[in-house]
Design a protein around this ligand. Structure first.
Ligand SMILES: Nc1ncnc2c1ncn2[C@@H]1O[C@H](COP(=O)(O)OP(=O)(O)OP(=O)(O)O)[C@@H](O)[C@H]1O
Length: 516
């Protein structure tokens, strides 16, 4: 085997962090040049004592197997001898089809779990080399071929050379898998914080819950409609949780918070050198949401150019990284959300009609809190517990008698988020005593649902929102960000508020702000 083969095998094994993919790539290259029916990466574990096949490649493809094979005492004493010797030297282990360990493996394959039996391995010979990083054995690479006496000195020399690229590939792949697991655990925690529990599922949100149950197991796109703070993200989490993709990631994109010139790169990723500053290849949200759900929050804020690209992905199921020519499969379920009136935006030419049809396959309207006030008492209790835990309070204070009744009279323009913020403020002020909600602004009630001068017309949600934003800005003397700024009072992040103001034509700065 000459140097060319070593270079090509190295390139392939380091070509992907998904070990099954990289291993299969190597298998395809070696198969015509080498006696090979299976390529395996395994680990001999000492506690409990077992051989664990981590990944393998064969004619049908590459697989992450991760299955233990329990070997006999006799096999283990041989394995231990070989492992000890391998610590100081690289000694490829050539075993023929009649070697007792291979016979034992064959017996396990024939009598083991259905997934092991499915491998249908026949009499085989094998060549195994320990993979070492700084003298520590991190796994083994094995070539296996059906029949006997396939491997000779040339193959032994070749497998010995492969230690470095395979050891690096294995250690990177394991770290990568650890990161993926950590990331999934963090996402589960984050989901809990955003609201793993949907309060009102049996009362005010009962109809929403029924729709979630119907749509979750399908792969169809879902469009969540509702005012700001009604719980669109909570509903998106519920759909993901009950979908077949729940073990995959749930990636959220706030379409209003990404600067227009970065949207392509954020959604689709970019190749190294695609533009100034692109120092490495970056995976976009579509790639990161692979086998999971992509939640396009505030989809109504997407600029028209980005809408066209999103539509193309939804139609073709493929996308390309910025600066890359190779199409990638979009393996995601789309959930989009907006508080905007999309049909009106379509009429005004601000939202593409074809994209609207694609997204509007299964719309779910989340009612505002003022029309499901029966949920308020349970929500108040839930938020008291949630926030007390977050704030490390020793005990959860209870509301004063009648305090919750006052909340029922309010019409909650900021919906559940406003209620959540109110509870948090009350907890800070109460310092552990009984809770009073004197801090919510009864003047807010002066905002009547219909703000139209023309009584015969119903005000749009955007008009109402614009009035409420202006009113809040007046109170903060035009201050948007920071403590006590309009963004905090409205329960939004400052960049989201600025972008909404821009879209609604509400001027920044202190001079021009007036309530309509
Ligand atoms: N039914 C609910 N049960 C428990 N918590 C909820 C519920 N609805 C909303 N919340 C909480 O209220 C806050 C706002 O909810 P969420 O972010 O889902 O609203 P949204 O409709 O997506 O808002 P926006 O349009 O501003 O993005 C979150 O902290 C969420 O956990």
């Amino acid at each position: 085997m000459d140097n060319r083969h070593f270079i090509e095998v190295t390139r392939r094994i380091c070509g992907s962090l998904d070990l099954d993919e990289a291993l299969y790539d190597v298998f395809c290259y070696l198969k015509p040049r080498f006696p090979l029916d299976a390529l395996l990466i395994s680990i001999y574990e000492t506690a409990p004592r077992q051989a664990r096949v981590f990944a393998m490649a064969e004619e049908g493809g590459g697989f992450i197997v991760d299955e233990p094979i329990v070997l006999s005492e006799a096999a283990w004493s041989e394995i231990n001898r070989w492992l000890e010797a391998s610590c100081t030297q690289t000694i490829p282990w050539l075993r023929n089809q009649d070697h007792p360990i291979n016979q034992e493996i064959l017996h396990i394959v024939r009598t083991g779990t259905p997934s092991i039996q499915a491998r249908r391995i026949d009499e085989f010979c094998s060549l195994t080399c320990a993979l070492k990083v700084k003298q520590a054995i991190i796994g083994n690479l094995t070539f296996a071929a059906e029949g006997a006496h396939h491997y000779d000195r040339t193959h032994v020399d070749f497998i010995r050379q492969l230690n470095d690229p395979f050891a690096i590939a294995l250690s990177n792949a394991r770290r990568y898998m650890d990161l993926v697991h950590d990331h999934q655990a963090l996402q589960r925690d984050a989901r809990k914080m955003v609201g793993d529990t949907m309060i009102g599922a049996d009362s005010g949100l009962l109809s929403v819950r029924r729709l979630i149950e119907q749509v979750a197991p399908t792969n169809s796109p879902v469009l969540l409609l509702g005012e700001t703070g009604t719980g669109k993200e909570v509903v998106a989490n519920e759909i993901h949780k009950f979908s077949n993709r729940s073990s995959g990631p749930m990636i959220r994109v706030n379409c209003s918070a990404i600067p227009e010139n970065l949207i392509d790169s954020e959604l689709f990723g970019h190749e190294k050198g695609a533009f100034t500053g692109a120092i490495g290849t970056t995976h976009g949200r579509f790639e990161r949401a692979r086998q999971g759900t992509l939640f396009l929050d505030e989809v109504g804020e997407l600029p028209l150019a980005a809408q066209a690209k999103l539509l193309r992905v939804l139609q073709s199921g493929e996308f390309e990284r910025v600066g890359g020519g190779c199409p990638l499969q979009a393996d995601v379920r789309i959930i989009a959300a907006t508080h905007r009136d999309l049909p009106t935006m379509v009429q005004d030419g601000l939202f593409r009609a074809d994209l609207w049809y694609r997204l509007n396959v299964f719309p779910i309207v989340i009612p505002p809190l003022r029309s499901r006030k029966e949920d308020i008492p349970t929500m108040v209790n839930y938020f008291i517990h949630q926030k007390s835990t977050e704030m490390n309070l020793l005990r959860c204070p209870a509301p004063t008698p009648g305090a919750v009744d006052a909340l029922l009279a309010y019409h909650w323009p900021g919906n559940v988020r406003e209620l959540q913020n109110l509870v948090e403020r009350a907890l800070i002020i109460s310092k552990g005593d009984q809770l009073e909600f004197f801090d919510f602004n009864p003047q807010g009630m002066a905002l009547e649902p219909n703000q139209c001068k023309d009584e015969s017309r119903v005000a749009t949600l955007d008009e109402i929102t614009a009035v409420h934003i202006r009113w809040t800005l007046e109170k903060t003397h035009g201050r948007i960000g920071g403590k006590g700024g309009a963004a905090e009072l409205l329960g939004l992040n400052a960049s989201t508020l600025r972008s909404r103001m821009k879209k609604m034509g509400i001027p920044y700065g202190r001079r021009e702000l007036r309530i309509n």
